[in-house]
Design a protein around this ligand. Structure first.
Ligand SMILES: Nc1ncnc2c1ncn2[C@@H]1O[C@H](COP(=O)(O)OP(=O)(O)O)[C@@H](O)[C@H]1O
Ligand SMILES: [Mg+2]
Length: 141
């Protein structure tokens, strides 16, 4: 996904972009397609990462949720590279996103993905429903 644009991306930006993209793709799977809510995730993580992995597995076993797909597209335009990540979930109200500094502590890996992705890209926009995220990164030249 990033390799395709190797000539346009500075070597030092690469890791950050990969990290940001993977956070958004994981969200599309976990929260979007598998419909695991923020509260469910926080509650489940109290029993550790294994418990979250079991919850993901059981959702995947649901015939409706299990066959959902994430679509990833990319294109170049107006001096930026854009990636769009679209899931088949119910979307969410991204305007109500909580500040990770308030909701999370160092031990709980929750509520930081979008915050992190925003830091790596020049733009991060949700579609109206929240099922699609568009990430943009400007390139020089
Ligand atoms: N694709 C999505 N579909 C539905 N809800 C989402 C999606 N992406 C993010 N969210 C919501 O935004 C919250 C914050 O996401 P994020 O910052 O990645 O933290 P985390 O995934 O650890 O909860 C999620 O808990 C979820 O409620
Ligand atoms: Mg996340």
């Amino acid at each position: 996904m990033i390799d395709e644009y190797a000539g346009l991306i500075k070597e030092e930006d690469r890791l950050g972009l990969e990290l940001g993209l993977s956070e958004i793709i994981i969200n599309a799977i976990e929260h979007g397609n598998l419909e695991i809510s923020f509260d469910e995730k926080v509650e489940t993580l109290k029993d550790g990462m294994d418990a979250l992995e079991r919850l993901r597995g059981s959702r995947r076993g649901n015939p409706d949720l299990g066959r959902r797909k994430v679509m990833i597209e990319s294109f170049v335009g107006g001096g930026s590279i854009f990636w769009t990540i679209t899931d088949e979930g119910g979307g969410f109200d991204f305007e109500k996103l909580l500040d990770p500094n308030e909701t999370c502590n160092l031990e709980t890996p929750c509520g930081r993905g979008i915050f992190l992705a925003r830091m790596q890209f020049d733009s991060l926009e949700f579609s109206k429903s929240g099922c699609r995220v568009r990430l943009g990164k400007r390139f020089a030249g």
